[in-house]
Every structure is written in structure tokens, then in C-alpha cells.
Design a protein around this ligand. Structure first.
Ligand code: IPD
Length: 266
């Protein structure tokens, strides 16, 4: 079996186990352990415990690989493969009991930096629904056993779009201006609260497109590959006003250029 598919299979197994732990901890009650970049940016004990589980399983199976996770220190590997992990994407939903969160695990090769890596495998598992989105480079995107394809064209009623608002209040005014620019092309706009699932929903044709500023590598590493393998496009554009908070856009090919141009603005 090709390396990308081996990595995908491993990620699927680990994501299922990690997702079951997250779901169990949720039923036991959730404690906020700390805040991070801003007071709205939280981490729960479960985020840390689930990342520890994922990391230890990866070390057992592939000891030489690197690791880049949301909740623990990054480590360079010796194999050229790095695992990019968000143990619970949608932590605020998770903390509030909203059943929209996911375990996101990607394997990338090359420099562990989004503009330079090549994604080989990506898995996004939604514990509340049991949905397993997965892709291996060159082998398509899947929801369980069903092959995914982005929507060819938005409906005449307009595009069903999704967005998010990062935790950095400094970008909120421009985030809202972007929403105002994009609304005329939308039939409606969703804000689910888990970027990895937003991307997988584009891949599944549940959304026509998605845009958000300021994602972290672990938020998009797996979902972006799922979009690409479903025939979609994904990009990351640095903006001048606040460096380090790029804009991300994903959609099917027919919508992509106009969505990107509108999201970027004049
Ligand atoms: C967050 C979610 C959210 C997005 C934020 C992300 P986290 O990830 O994906 O939808 O708007 O930008 O940081 O913190 O829950 O892992």
C-alpha cells in the first residue's frame, strides 16, 4: 500500500480512539483548563488529554515522525513526515455542549509549515455524529466509504457559505466587513465553530464555500487535503494589515475566483 494510504489508515484508527475519549469526557463534564491567545481562546483538560493520547499512539507506531499539535510542544522528526494535530477542533462548542467538534489529524511531508508542506493524509472525525472524513493524496476524499465531490456550481439562489471569526479581536472589524462584501453572493451564511468540519463540508458539497481569517496550521491541515481531493480549491493569503493572520478560502472551482476576490476586497 502507498505511504499516503498507510498514514491515512493509521490516522483513521487513532482519530476514532481519540474521538471516543473526547466524547466520553464530554459526558463527564468539561473543565476549562486555561486561556491561550485571548480570553475567548480556551483549552480544556480534554483537549490536552486527547492530544496526549494521539501523540503517544503516533510515537508507538511511527517513532521517527515529527509532531505539530495545538496543545503541546512541536518536535521535528527524522523521517520527513510530520503529524499536524488538533485534538478537539471546536473547543468552544465542546465546552458549551454544542455537538459540533472534531478530531483533526494530518500527515505532511517536507517543512512543517503550511506554505511549504505537502499534505499526504488527512482525517477529520466528528464524535457527535460518528462521521469520518478522510483523504490520502491522489486517492480521493471520502466520508466513510462514500466518495466526496465539491459542488460543481452554486445554485441560482446563491452560494451556501460558511465562515468563522478568529479569537483575535483585532481582526473582527475587517472580518465583519468581509461578511458584508460576501453576503450578496450568498444564499445564506453558516458559522459552525469548527474549521476542520467547515472544510470537510465544502468537500462533501454541504457548503459551496468557506472563508476565514487567522486559522492555525492544525485547524486546516487535514481539511484542506480533503477539499483538494474532493476536487475543490483551497488557498491561504497573507494580508498586509496584521501579518501572521492569513485569509483562507475554500470552494469548488467554479466559485473559487469570485469568492476569493470578494473576500479579499478592494
Ligand atoms: C477554532 C475553530 C473555530 C475557528 C477558530 C479556530 P479550536 O479552533 O476551528 O471554528 O473559527 O479560528 O481556532 O480553537 O476550537 O481548535
Amino acid at each position: 500500500m502507498a505511504l499516503a494510504q498507510q498514514l491515512e489508515e493509521l490516522a483513521i484508527d487513532i482519530a476514532r480512539e481519540a474521538g471516543e475519549l473526547a466524547r466520553r469526557r464530554r459526558t463527564e463534564g468539561v473543565a476549562i483548563a486555561a486561556t491561550k491567545s485571548s480570553i475567548a481562546d480556551i483549552v480544556t483538560e480534554a483537549d490536552r488529554e486527547v492530544e496526549t493520547l494521539i501523540r503517544s499512539r503516533l510515537v508507538d507506531e511511527r517513532p521517527g515522525d515529527g509532531f505539530l499539535g495545538e496543545e503541546s510542544a512541536a518536535e521535528r522528526g527524522t523521517t520527513g513526515i510530520t503529524w499536524v494535530v488538533d485534538p478537539i477542533d471546536g473547543t468552544v462548542n465542546y465546552a458549551y455542549g454544542i455537538p459540533v467538534y472534531a478530531v483533526s489529524i494530518a500527515a505532511v511531508s517536507g517543512e512543517p509549515e503550511p506554505s511549504r508542506w505537502k499534505a499526504l493524509a488527512g482525517v477529520v472525525f466528528s464524535p457527535p455524529t460518528g462521521e469520518m472524513f478522510h483523504a490520502a493524496r491522489g486517492a480521493g476524499a471520502w466520508l466513510g466509504g462514500e466518495r466526496l465531490a465539491v459542488n460543481a456550481e452554486p445554485s441560482p439562489a446563491g452560494a451556501l457559505l460558511a465562515t468563522g471569526f478568529g479569537y483575535n479581536p483585532a481582526t473582527h472589524a475587517s472580518d465583519l466587513a468581509r461578511v458584508a462584501r460576501v453576503m450578496p453572493m450568498a444564499r445564506d451564511l453558516r458559522r459552525m465553530g469548527a474549521a476542520s468540519l467547515d472544510l470537510c463540508f465544502v468537500a462533501a458539497g454541504r457548503f459551496d464555500g468557506y472563508f476565514e481569517r487567522g486559522l492555525q496550521p492544525w485547524d486546516h491541515a487535514a481539511g484542506a487535503l480533503v477539499v483538494a481531493e474532493a476536487g475543490g480549491r483551497f488557498t491561504r493569503v497573507e494580508l498586509d494589515d496584521i501579518p501572521g493572520r492569513p485569509l483562507f478560502v475554500a470552494s469548488g472551482p467554479a466559485l473559487f475566483d469570485s469568492l476569493l476576490a470578494t473576500a479579499l476586497g478592494p
